[in-house]
Design a protein around this ligand. Structure first.
Ligand code: CO
Length: 188
């Protein structure tokens, strides 16, 4: 499958609103190939030369529904800073990821979110949980994992898992009050 900015499904396509189904484990070759291609997309998308040549738009994550496949597969590569201020990269090929707990504390990106499937600008805060626990099978590590994510990485995971439910980031923005005051929120 060729994955680039032309083949990625945009929000004018009704498919983007479809529900994604859980995937059977052990993974079929077809599902594993697709998930690896999604991961390659994210990796290549931040390489200036490859992204230019192959028409990739920079991303930190992509889910299978964005290439028209209704399966709970998502790839993420997130560069962040951990609790101790050290640079850290979170890279996963997630199968059937699900949030098992979320913090009461909220977080949002001050500059708003973006999405490969959304061309237009949708300014506003997308208020999410500041911390989430996610359980999944990770194809990179070839095992079941539990991720405890905070801050930016937690936001990316919630954005990608929303895609499984056909939810886009701007669904969370109230057009009448796009930049609400959120008590105790972590502003990123
Ligand atoms: Co998205």
């Amino acid at each position: 499958m060729l994955i680039n900015n032309d083949t990625i499904i945009k929000d004018d396509n009704a498919l983007i609103r479809e529900q994604s189904e859980p995937v059977k484990l052990p993974l079929s070759n077809e599902d594993a190939d697709l998930l690896e291609q999604l991961y390659e997309y994210v990796k290549d998308s931040t390489d200036p030369e490859i992204s230019e040549k192959e028409n990739l738009r920079a991303a930190v994550g992509i889910s299978a529904i964005q290439v028209g496949v209704k399966k709970q597969l998502t790839a993420v590569i997130v560069h962040d800073v951990d609790k101790n201020g050290n640079d850290v990269t979170y890279a996963y090929e997630l199968v059937n990821p699900r949030i098992t707990s979320s913090s009461v504390q909220k977080a949002y990106l001050e500059s708003g979110e973006g999405c490969l499937s959304v061309v237009e600008d949708h300014p506003g805060y997308v208020v999410r949980s500041a911390r989430v626990t996610v359980k999944a099978y990770d194809l990179l590590q070839k095992k079941d994992i539990t991720i405890r994510a905070r801050g930016y990485f937690a936001i990316v995971l919630q954005h990608e898992l929303d895609h499984f439910k056909g939810i886009l980031f701007y669904d969370h923005i109230d057009p009448k009050n796009p930049t609400p005051n959120v008590p105790n929120a972590q502003v990123i």
